[in-house]
Design a protein around this ligand. Structure first.
Ligand code: ADP
Ligand code: NI
Length: 214
């Protein structure tokens, strides 16, 4: 089977997993990450097949969409095993997906392809679309837009932290504004600049309006 056919099958599989998602992990998110992974991968001279395959499958195992990360990863592994793909390629794709998440942190991603796909995913959480995804996610979780009494997690009292409550606006300070500094490639860092500034000016305007600016 040609690489292009395997990618077509992977797209079909990922589309079936993400169709109808209302948590910000919908199929258009996957499409954007694939497109961005192509752009970054070409600039960084990464293996295009591995980048695209990993980008297509990167959120199939997401903990938020599965009973556990292990169950999610088994789903990815099961699909890969059903395809005529080199064992070494399968192993790399599984490794990338297992290491992808933010909670996987700022720690190293072993392969260039992993760094490319992780950067592509992180770029989709920086900028105008990221703002939309954040509010969609907060709505999905039942979190309010904003609460000046509830600071970002690192500034919460123990009681506030234990309550598990947070807001959409907190997410910018807890994660989104930090992503620019966690990118691996120069290509992604350059793309992040404008998007990051846009989020900063959005937040400024948000707080101005919240505080009654006319
Ligand atoms: P991905 O799995 O695509 O790497 P995440 O699952 O961390 O990214 O987040 C997906 C999207 O959901 C992001 O754009 C992020 O803004 C949003 N999101 C994740 N956690 C929260 C949260 N606690 N509050 C608001 N938005 C969130
Ligand atoms: Ni993602």
């Amino acid at each position: 089977m040609k690489h292009s056919e395997i990618l077509e099958q992977a797209a079909k599989f990922a589309k079936s997993v993400h169709a109808g998602d209302a948590s910000g992990h919908d199929w258009p998110h996957i499409e954007r990450v694939v497109r961005m992974a192509r752009t970054i991968g070409a600039a960084e001279q990464a293996d295009s097949f591995i980048c695209e395959l990993a980008a297509l499958l990167h959120d199939v195992a997401d903990e938020k969409l599965n009973p556990s990360k292990a169950i999610g990863l088994a789903k990815v592994q099961g699909w890969l095993d059903s395809q005529p793909i080199d064992a070494a390629v399968k192993d790399e794709v599984v490794e990338i997906i297992a290491t992808m998440s933010y909670s996987g942190g700022a720690e190293g991603m072993r392969t260039l392809e992993g760094r490319v796909v992780r950067d592509a995913d992180r770029l989709d959480a920086i900028g105008a679309i990221a703002i939309a995804r954040t509010f969609v996610y907060a709505g999905w979780k039942g979190h309010p837009i904003h609460d000046p009494e509830l600071p970002p997690r690192e500034f919460m009292t123990k009681e506030q932290y234990r309550s598990g409550k947070t807001t959409a606006i907190n997410h910018f300070y807890e994660k989104l504004l930090k992503l620019k500094g966690l990118l691996h490639t120069e290509t992604a860092r350059a793309i992040a600049e404008e998007r990051h500034k846009f989020m900063e000016s959005y937040l400024l305007q948000f707080h101005n309006e919240w505080n009654g600016a006319l």
